[in-house]
Design a protein around this ligand. Structure first.
Ligand SMILES: [Zn+2]
Length: 389
């Protein structure tokens, strides 16, 4: 109880000096419009000496007006901007918030900007609502891939405890961290995989790793340098192929192509300039040429130069995906090349996602081919151990 009180006080203290930003659209629960996809967001540095904790605080919603949590014992109702502070809810059952039902306890933080809804539960229960969404609902031949995903997601969870401290919880329930759907998102085979790997995490030199994963690597994973970070020894580019065939070759993103007219690129580049963080902006009327001048060790685009009728500008790394975004859709990945003819440009690429760490489509194929979960993880994370946390 004392611990809980201390935790509440700590939250309040943080809260006082850091106003709670909205988690997402006020009326949309859980949030569906991520500010920044996990793809793009390296985690904060991990405090390796953080005391052992097995409970996670998940920020699942934000309300500007009213919030209701319906538990078996009582229906809790909150009005924004009243009773400022934190309300803890302990329950013996599962509670409903929005359209979904969740395991665990709750905290509701009320501040001047609204209500933050936090679901508090053991990490092993949290994973049940995460794993099926992150890798899909798989059949028995995908069981080892589910186990690998469970270990990666558990490692991510432990290494991100406190990472959203200023917002009053540990992780978001959307793509800014791992998508968590509560009980509605659970799947019995995935739950079995979580139980079968209970407590196991991935470590490098005795420390939890940043267990990034993505949909499809396209044949080769990438170094974490792609995010402008120092490369990590366990996130090095590896080949995801055997006998000349990529494990993820059945992914529909194994090969992709996007075509643009020259005129379309003029408007897209000007519109996406900020989001793609290009090095300089100026008005121009024509895209003359696009060159990829540098690549990361795994082959993804590091530096791209666009020559226009008024001068040139550059875009870098994974952000180049945003330069070509159309109707909110980024390029699937940054493992691409560009060709051009008189009227148009064609971007041809492989893979989906940032390309760092475990390739989920590859993990599924490896599982089907008979590899065990630790073998799968060690194929994607270099020089690591799978251990009890
Ligand atoms: Zn792959």
């Amino acid at each position: 109880m004392l611990l809980k009180l201390l935790f509440s006080l700590a939250l309040l203290a943080l809260f006082a000096c850091a106003p709670l930003p909205p988690i997402g659209p006020a009326s949309d629960i859980p949030t569906t419009l991520p500010e920044q996809p996990r793809d793009e967001q390296p985690a904060r540095p991990v405090e390796q000496d953080t005391a052992k904790r097995h409970v996670i605080n998940v920020g699942i919603g934000f309300e500007r007006n009213l919030a209701a949590i319906e538990c078996p014992e009582k229906k809790w109702e909150f009005k924004a901007k009243s009773n400022l502070g934190i309300t803890d809810i302990e329950t013996k059952g599962n509670c409903k918030y929005g359209e979904k039902t969740y395991r665990g306890n709750w905290a509701v933080l009320s501040t001047d900007s609204g209500l933050a809804i936090i679901n508090i539960l053991p990490i092993e229960d949290y994973l049940r609502g995460v794993v099926p969404h992150e890798i899909g609902r798989l059949k028995q031949d995908g069981f080892e891939a589910l186990k690998a995903q469970a270990v990666a997601a558990r490692t991510y969870a432990y290494s991100h405890l406190n990472s959203r401290r200023s917002q009053g919880f540990d992780v978001f329930a959307d793509v800014r961290d791992q998508v968590y759907d509560g009980i509605n998102g659970e799947d019995s085979l995935a739950s079995e995989a979580i139980l079968a790997t209970s407590g196991l995490v991935i470590k490098h030199n005795g420390n939890l790793i940043e267990a990034y994963y993505h949909s499809t690597c396209g044949g080769r994973t990438e170094s974490s340098e792609i995010w402008g970070q120092e490369g990590k020894p366990y996130l090095t580019p590896v080949s995801d192929s055997a006998d000349g065939k990529a494990f993820c070759e059945l992914s529909r993103y194994m090969k992709w192509e996007e075509n643009y007219s020259r005129q379309e690129l003029v408007s897209l580049f000007q519109r996406n300039a900020m989001d793609a963080r290009i090095d300089k902006t100026f008005p121009f009327n024509k895209v003359e040429q696009i060159l990829i001048t540098e690549r990361f060790p795994g082959g993804r685009v590091k530096r791209l130069v666009v020559f226009t009728d008024k001068g040139s500008f550059e875009a870098f790394g994974d952000r180049t995906r945003r330069l070509f975004a159309r109707e909110g859709r980024l390029l699937p990945g940054s493992f691409f090349s560009i060709s051009q003819d008189r009227d148009s440009f064609t971007v041809t690429g492989s893979g989906f996602g940032h390309g760092i760490g475990m390739c989920q489509m590859g993990a599924r194929a490896r599982s089907t081919a008979g590899q065990k979960f630790d073998e799968i993880l060690k194929a994607y994370y270099t020089d690591v151990d799978i251990e009890e946390y």
